[in-house]
Design a protein around this ligand. Structure first.
Ligand code: PEP
Ligand code: MN
Length: 281
């Protein structure tokens, strides 16, 4: 027997909730939006974007500091210094942080959710190392991974003892070139049906185009996803990576304003920070 087992819905019909921190879980009734820049660039950028993310009512700040770039000549991220900027900006705004881990040794103190990127979904050594801790893991689907391969990567985490796993569909590589990737919403629905794990959608890498991000986010909510991982940048034209797919802060607010109607239609609700906290930032 080599197929997925521990991740299957029949193992836990009620579903898994991943506790990001007390009072904030992914996989419950509330739809959780994680937003922030592709990469942490400097403290001013992080202060600006973290305030915008908090004001929009999102509970989690994203920001890559160990960046898996396709080209060795592209910006590789700020590493540990970037992690400190991310965690500091998140903390000042009452947000939890999510960031990518590329090697077990990467220092990610204070980061609530460890992201395994698409390029590392098949990295079984990394998955085994992460399976030994209880920290939440956001597992992206590989660039050309089948549904079964994605589930088996999650199975590595559960097999080692970590069931705090969030699946993330971020588009797959197909013959289509009009969009950066092809968002596979069918796989999102299937993953919700076949597994007990929370499933979120990354509409930014799935499309590569800012103007598609809000419509795809609404579609993900309608399809039953448990949340989103969205790129946002206060000055996309100056972004060191993925500027073309970054929402502007105003657009993030617009997305948060439009989500409740769609979520209501599928009997879900949007997780929003209490107004008091938003007013305080
Ligand atoms: C990211 O979210 O920063 C990222 C690199 O995405 P992916 O691994 O999906 O390409
Ligand atoms: Mn990116």
């Amino acid at each position: 027997m080599t197929g997925p087992t521990l991740v299957l819905r029949e193992r836990k019909p009620e579903g898994t909730q991943v506790e990001v921190r007390p009072g904030l879980a992914v996989g419950g009734r509330a739809f959780v939006v994680m937003a922030g820049p592709c990469a942490v660039e400097d403290t001013a950028q992080m202060a600006e974007v973290a305030a915008a993310v908090a004001q929009a009512g999102c509970p989690v700040l994203r920001g890559g500091t160990y960046k898996p770039r396709t080209s060795p000549y592209a910006f590789q991220g700020l590493g540990a210094a970037g992690v400190r900027m991310l965690v500091d900006a998140a903390g000042r705004n009452g947000l939890a942080a999510v960031s990518e881990i590329m090697e077990p040794e990467d220092a990610l103190e204070g980061v609530a959710i460890l992201q395994v990127g698409a390029r590392n979904m098949h990295n079984s050594a990394l998955l085994k190392a992460l399976s030994l801790q209880k920290r939440p893991v956001l597992l992206k689907r590989g660039l050309a991974a089948t549904f079964e391969e994605w589930l088996l990567a999650a199975e590595y985490l559960l097999a080692g003892g970590n069931d705090q796993v969030i699946l993330c569909e971020r588009g797959i590589r197909t013959f289509e070139t009009a969009t950066r990737n092809t968002l596979d919403l069918g796989a999102v629905v299937l993953a919700k049906q076949r597994t007990h794990l929370p499933v979120i959608v990354d509409p930014s890498h799935a499309s590569g185009r800012r103007e598609l991000v809000i419509p795809l986010s609404l579609a993900a909510a309608a399809a039953g996803a448990d949340g989103l991982l969205v790129e946002v940048h206060p000055h996309p034209s100056e972004a060191r990576c993925d500027g073309a797919q970054a929402l502007l802060p105003d657009e993030l607010r617009d997305l948060m304003r439009r989500l409740p109607a769609v979520l209501g239609a599928v009997d879900r609700e949007l997780w929003r920070a209490p107004a008091r906290r938003r007013a305080a930032v």
